[in-house]
Structure formats: C-alpha cells, structure tokens
Design a protein around this ligand. Structure first.
Ligand code: AMP
Length: 394
C-alpha cells in the first residue's frame, strides 16, 4: 500500500491541519520529561513550514475525560516546539472555539499554531461528525502523522478526513512502509519474536504472522500457556487456562504450515514475584510448585539468539521475561543484543519492547522502532488502522 504524503499535495499558502502525537510524559510541575514524540513530529512540520503552508497542529494529551483541564494543556509542547523550530508556535486556548478560529483565520504562510488538547471535547473519542467538521473547517488539508493513535477512529485521527483531502506525514509513512514491507515482502528467513504477559493480547498477531514468517519465537509470560498445553508442569508461572486449546491448535497449525515455532526449553524460575527472590534454572516442563518462570533460561536464550542471528527480517514485540526486575532481565537483554547484531531488517513493535531496546542502548542498531504500541500490534494482526485507511492512496 502506497499512501499519498505531504509531498504529493500542494500546500503553499494552504491551511494544513496536522494530527501529531504530542502525548509526552510530564512531571507534576508541567515539565516535559521526554520529548521524543515532539522530535519525531519535526520532519513533517519543518517540511510544511518550509513549503509555506499555514500549519495548524493538534494532538491529545493524557485522558482529560472530555473536559478542559489545565493539567493536560498542550501549552508546554508549544514552548518546546518553538525552541526546536526557531519560531513562535502560537497556542490556542481551545480546540475549535473562538481562540482557535481567531488564530487560524489570520495566519501567514509558514506560521504554526497549536490547538489545545483535542480530548478536552468528549466528541473527539466518540468520533462525532459535527466535531470532526468543526476541526476540518479550520483547515483545507488534513495530514495524519500520529501513528500511536492510528488504531483509533477518533475525530482528529480519522473523522476529519471525511471533510478534507487527507495525506500521511513522514512518521506514518515510515511506519507503514517498513512494517508493511516486512509483512508483504520480507527477505527470508523471517523471524517473529513474541513475548510479554498475555497470550490473549497476541493471538491476532500469532494468527497473522503464521502465514508470513519462517520462525515464530514465543517467550515471556505467555510461553507458559504453551508449555502447559504440551503437558508440562509450570508451577506458579503465569498461565491462561482458557487458551490451552488455542496453544495446542496453533502449534499444530505451525507444523502444518512448516513454520518453526520455538518455545522455551529452560527458564529462570523464582520463589517469589520479586527482584530479590531466590532463583534457579530449570526445565520449562518441570517447574516445581512454589516457583514461577520469570525469564528464559541460558539454553533457550542461545537457541533463540541463533535463530535470530541467521534471520534477514526480524519483528519483535514483547519482553522475554520480567525485564523490569534487573535479576530477570538477562534473557530480554540477550535477545535485544541478538536482534541488534543480526544482519537483517529489524523492527521493534512499540510498547515494552521498544522501551527495553531504547533503555538498553540498542535503539541505533535497529532498522525501525515503532512509535505505536497498540497501533503496531493491530498492524501486525493485519487489521486496517482507521487513521491510515482514511488517507488517500497513490
Ligand atoms: P505485554 O504488555 O503483554 O507486552 O507484557 C509486558 C509485561 O509482561 C512486562 O511488564 C513484563 O514484566 C511481563 N512479563 C514478561 N514475562 C513475564 C513472566 N514470565 N511472568 C510475568 N510477567 C511477565
């Protein structure tokens, strides 16, 4: 799928509404503690400014529940953006009210205005057409550059496209090109690594990837449901009793399709869910009662790493263990290292695995770290994202 982008539409002198993801973490005093998302939005904004568009930015921030709340104001973002752009970004006091209308009515080419938090209106998340129309009335072109919310059909992510020509910003274009490219045209061997706590959250991804990959690696808390389904004893490890049949079926299906499905053979188990618990390594199918698996073991780490190192395409979503506990992070770190070292297109689905890879210092070594947790999971499930489906195709 090839999306029309900001470069495929004439923007000079036009009012362009850009949906960004400025949902940045802030401390209690309203200071931005990590501005990665603001930096990520700069290429699209700078392009539009450089082309002489009148740039109207919008975003959500937190969950203000449809009411004005200064705690969730985007004003600190306007300040930070002004610093990065070297020009004043004017802050509207509302989203579609008098202030927004007045500021956007009198813009010069290349000027930038930031609207207030779109979630100050309950209509935003309900995708109410009248609200989408009010947003659209401020502009002449819509650009979606917020991949993190592209799986939501909200007014500012999708609804507004009913009223304006709609194209992709650079961030969304990159996400779709790299992840879509891997799913449709992967260089092989293609290895998917799935981890994290819950089987339930990954079923859609497993089902879709089974038709695409050569190897599927299952680690993290979700793996114990698979070991139990194989008849193993998993002690007090995380398990989803309702999905034992699913696990059996999917393992059989993988065999039928010739997909190598790898699950752990040994684990680091603990006598308590804590960093300081006693720990030992044991066979995955023989975890004693009173012990729970919190990480993959050394034999598993080696087998997984070997498969990853030979891959030409790797997609990773979800940690291999409770990596937040330093004493149970070894497996996740080793897998991050293996992915970083692979001579392959490497894609990290957002959320925890993106945080792990970034915190461990491997970010530069990956081809792409997705900016969307939920959105990248849905994309890997093969679901069409409303915030992408509404954009014009080439
Ligand atoms: P998810 O959001 O599904 O990707 O899950 C991420 C969470 O799974 C992290 O907070 C991990 O601590 C947790 N997790 C990973 N492995 C295990 C495990 N063996 N037991 C319990 N929780 C786990």
């Amino acid at each position: 799928m090839s999306l029309k982008t900001v470069e495929d539409i004439a923007v000079r002198g036009k009012k362009v509404l850009v949906r960004c993801d400025f949902n940045v973490p802030m401390d209690d005093d309203g200071n931005i503690t990590n501005d990665n998302r603001i930096v990520g939005a700069l290429p699209t904004i700078k392009y539009l400014v450089g082309e002489g568009a009148k740039v109207i930015l919008c975003s959500h921030m937190g969950r203000p529940k449809g009411e004005f709340n200064m705690k969730y104001s985007l004003a600190p973002v306007a300040k930070r953006l002004s610093d990065y752009l070297g020009q004043t970004v004017k802050m509207a006091e509302d989203v579609v009210g008098e202030s927004a209308k007045a500021l956007t009515a009198t813009m010069a080419d290349g000027e930038v205005v930031l609207l207030e938090n779109v979630r100050f209106h309950a209509e935003e998340t309900k995708n109410v057409p009248e609200f989408s129309k009010q947003l659209a009335d401020l502009a002449e072109i819509f650009v979606n550059d917020a991949f993190g919310t592209a799986h939501r059909a909200h007014s500012s992510t999708a609804g507004v496209a009913d009223y304006l020509p709609a194209v992709a910003g650079y961030l969304i274009q990159k996400e779709i090109e790299i992840m879509g490219g891997a799913l449709d045209n992967a260089e092989r061997p293609f290895v998917a690594i799935l981890g994290g706590a819950k089987v339930k959250d990954k079923i859609g991804v497993i089902n879709n990837l089974l038709n695409k990959v050569d190897t599927i690696i299952i680690g993290g808390g979700m793996a114990y449901t698979f070991s139990k389904a194989l008849g193993g004893s998993i002690g007090d490890s995380l398990v989803d009793e309702e999905r034992l049949d699913y696990a059996r079926e999917v393992m059989a299906l993988a065999k039928e399709k010739g997909v190598n499905m790898m699950i752990p053979t040994d684990n680091v188990v603990a006598d308590d869910f804590s960093n300081d618990a006693n720990q030992k390594v044991c066979n995955t199918l023989e975890i004693p009662d009173g012990w729970q698996g919190l990480d993959i073991g050394p034999e598993t780490t080696k087998a997984f790493s070997d498969a990853i190192k030979n891959a030409k395409t790797v997609i990773w979503n979800g940690p291999m263990g409770v990596f937040e506990f330093e004493n149970f992070a070894k497996g996740t770190i080793a897998i991050a290292e293996a992915v970083a070292e692979a001579d392959a297109v490497t894609i990290i689905g957002g959320g925890d695995s993106a945080a792990a890879v970034t915190n461990l210092g491997f970010a530069d070594k990956m081809t792409h770290i997705s900016t969307g947790g939920g959105a990248s999971l849905e994309f890997l499930e093969g679901i069409e994202l409303p915030g992408v489906a509404c954009l014009e195709k080439k």
